[in-house]
Design a protein around this ligand. Structure first.
Ligand code: NDP
Length: 301
């Protein structure tokens, strides 16, 4: 059984980011983290992003709002953050509190800075197979793991348990782009076990600690566990029972140390891509402005 550790893919992406920073002298891609309130899991994710981004040579600016900030004040500040040319990408900690109009926030977000693929434009782009669209980082992380470990997707039956907008649905689209044959399951799926048993690749994103055991998989299957849960003893566990699955699977991701670490790396990769496009656009605009200025010089033939 091969253990698919996220570190291998994390390091590959980290090197790509460091190369970008090294080749763009003086330009440091900057991420804005927008957090409303002080939920422990948001702060934990924020701290982990900050620590890892430092490693990647990337900058993080945190914009923290009081939990009871009004919608008007929040949207006003959000527009300002979105328009800041020194911010290349934005990560909004969700869910936002009830008084904040999430649709309005999404409408105020430039899709080019939407690193976690939450705007309609990016989700539509993923649906249409536009490789420039930002997919939600977790869905993309699953793909990066499969590619990083050179697991064949073409023609393979890939079953995803979970149909959320952050994992299951966009992942189904990404896997179709790789020519996998995709089945998406959810809480109303009948014969879930039998469907899973027919999978060459099983992706589990149910949010139920260790729900999926060895009876769900067939001998030699690849199992990607997206789940992150805290059990009653305070330990981090996945949606799969690693101990039983690892006796039967051909390859499996551990939790922690699997998809989670790659998700942050994908966020970094998206930031670098966003910064690259924004810098290119700016320099093209400057070239165009210079050209127009030169073209209008008096006395020019
Ligand atoms: P959601 O709660 O949004 O979605 C869970 C999905 O699982 C739903 O589609 C639901 O079906 C389905 N489901 C729930 N129970 C069952 C069941 N008994 N049988 C079959 N399907 C079921 O969760 P998320 O997609 O946000 O997250 C999924 C997991 O991934 C969680 O453990 C979460 O912590 C983790 N996660 C990890 C990240 C990472 O970076 N590695 C990032 C984001 C999430 P239905 O639609 O019918 O309700």
């Amino acid at each position: 059984m091969q253990e698919l550790r996220g570190k291998l893919v994390y390091d590959q992406i980290k090197n790509e980011c460091l190369d970008f920073v090294g080749s763009h002298n003086g330009i440091m891609p900057a991420l804005a983290i927008v957090r409303v309130g002080e939920r422990a899991e948001d702060i934990a994710y924020e701290n982990s992003v900050k620590k890892r981004f430092m490693d990647f040579g990337l900058e993080v600016k945190t914009y923290e709002f009081l939990g009871n900030v009004s919608n008007v004040d929040f949207q006003h500040a959000f527009r300002f953050i979105n328009q800041d040319p020194e911010i290349h990408g934005i990560l909004v900690m969700r869910p936002l509190p009830k008084q904040i109009d999430e649709e309005e926030m999404l409408g105020n977000m430039d899709p080019a800075k939407d690193l976690d693929g939450i705007t309609r434009q990016n989700l539509a782009g993923v649906m249409m197979g536009d490789r420039d669209a930002f997919a939600p980082c977790t869905a993309q992380a699953v793909l990066e793991m499969l590619k990083g470990y050179q697991i064949e997707m073409q023609g393979k039956h890939t079953v995803i348990i979970g149909r959320s907008l952050v994992v299951g649905k966009p992942l189904a689209m990404l896997l179709l782009q790789e020519n996998a044959t995709v089945t998406v399951c959810h809480s109303k799926t009948e014969n879930l076990k039998e469907i899973c048993q027919s999978a060459d690749i099983l992706v589990v994103a149910v949010g139920r600690p260790q729900m999926v055991g060895s009876s769900y998989i067939r001998e030699g299957a690849t199992v990607i566990d997206v789940g992150i849960n805290v059990d009653q003893d305070g330990h981090l566990v996945g949606d799969c029972n690693y101990d039983t699955i690892s006796l039967k699977a051909g390859a499996v991701t551990p939790v922690p140390g699997g998809v989670g670490v790659v998700t942050t790396a994908v966020l970094a990769k998206h930031l670098v891509q966003a910064a690259g496009r924004q810098i290119k656009f700016t320099s093209e605009e400057e070239t165009k402005d210079q050209y127009l200025e030169d073209a209008w010089k008096p006395g020019r033939p």
